[in-house]
Design a protein around this ligand. Structure first.
Ligand SMILES: C[S@@+](CC[C@H](N)C(=O)[O-])C[C@H]1O[C@@H](n2cnc3c(N)ncnc32)[C@H](O)[C@@H]1O
Length: 301
């Protein structure tokens, strides 16, 4: 049972298998022990030490069926994160599927930058709640992390997206963040138009990981282009179409001194700076990641 063409673990009247056996065989089929471990954990419904405690227990048929189905999906090229149906983002274990972008590690740094700005706003003028918006929230990764990590009641966090499908996923994840959920609002629509008019000119912090890939980018990864939602990826000929819209409107929706935090493409620092200057935002900063690639743009009204 170690080659790709023969991965099914269910044998009619076959021998009882344990998780230890299934883990070894799944690792051989996938060629990756970590991926195998995560799939077995999802199929077993146990994580970490609980899974280790189950290793030599017989596996229920329904769990074997679930594992087989996940392996079959992975072998069609479906990204591991969609196959697992969940992915870790900062402190959150997010439910995800093909309705939303897979949350990326670089976006955790965008969230970190937004979190620090919110914390310093609270320290400078502790008159909560802050009004924070996560535009294009997708799975809810950024906004829900802010709601979960900021002190309870210190901010109202608005999650918006143009995709009702994405908001369904974000709403499911909202249920998983605990008490912070009572300070989160979910709203449908294009960028700032999704927000109630009374928030205009009052927002403390706007954070977004908008689509920023150029339509004909030859370097886009095949797996990304084939499986992830196109509406989450592409933004016109130069990848800046959505950033231009967000920047132009941020000037009207932020309060004086409020901040905009954007995830940007690796070679977009100069272009995004120009857009942000052009709309009259100030204090513009482009932050590179550890590899020196442009990643985060910050600007203030
Ligand atoms: C790159 S994904 C980011 C998802 C999530 N924030 C994250 O970081 O994982 C961009 C998101 O923007 C949403 N989006 C695209 N165009 C939009 C628009 N015109 N107005 C609002 N949201 C939009 C997409 O549906 C998608 O969920």
């Amino acid at each position: 049972m170690t080659d790709d063409s023969d991965f099914e673990f269910i044998l009619d009247d076959g021998p009882i298998v344990t998780w230890r056996e299934l883990l070894a065989e799944t690792a051989a089929v996938l060629g990756d022990r970590n991926h195998a471990r995560w799939m077995c954990e999802v199929a077993s419904g146990c994580d970490g030490v609980e899974f280790v405690a189950e290793l030599d227990e017989p596996v229920a048929t329904a769990m074997v069926v679930h594992l087989d189905a996940m392996i079959a999906r992975r072998q069609t090229g479906e990204p591991l994160q969609y196959v697992l149906g969940r992915w870790q983002f900062r402190r959150l274990d997010l439910m995800i599927d093909q309705r939303v972008l897979i949350p990326r590690p670089e976006t955790e740094w965008v969230c970190e930058a937004a979190l620090h700005l919110a914390q310093s706003m609270l320290a400078d003028a502790p008159s909560p709640p802050l009004q924070i918006v996560d535009l294009g929230t997708g799975s809810g990764a950024i906004g829900l992390s802010l709601a979960a990590e900021l002190p309870l009641g210190s901010a109202t966090v608005w999650l918006s997206d143009i995709s009702p499908d994405a908001l369904a996923v974000a709403s499911a994840n909202l249920a998983g963040i605990g008490r912070g959920a009572q300070h989160v609002r979910v709203t449908l629509g294009p960028w700032f138009d999704a927000l109630p008019a009374h928030l205009r000119g009052t927002l403390d912090l706007v954070v977004a990981n908008p689509p920023y890939i150029a339509e004909n980018d030859p370097d886009i990864d095949d797996e990304v282009a084939q499986w992830e939602p196109h509406g989450a990826l592409f933004a016109g000929d130069d990848g800046l179409a959505d950033i231009r819209i967000i920047a132009a409107d941020a000037v009207h929706w932020l309060r004086p001194g409020g901040a905009l935090v954007l995830e940007i493409g690796a070679d977009q620092g100069a272009g995004v700076s120009e857009v942000l200057h052009g709309v009259g935002l100030a204090g513009i900063e482009i932050r590179p990641d550890l590899a020196g690639r442009d990643r985060i743009a910050i600007a203030h009204r």
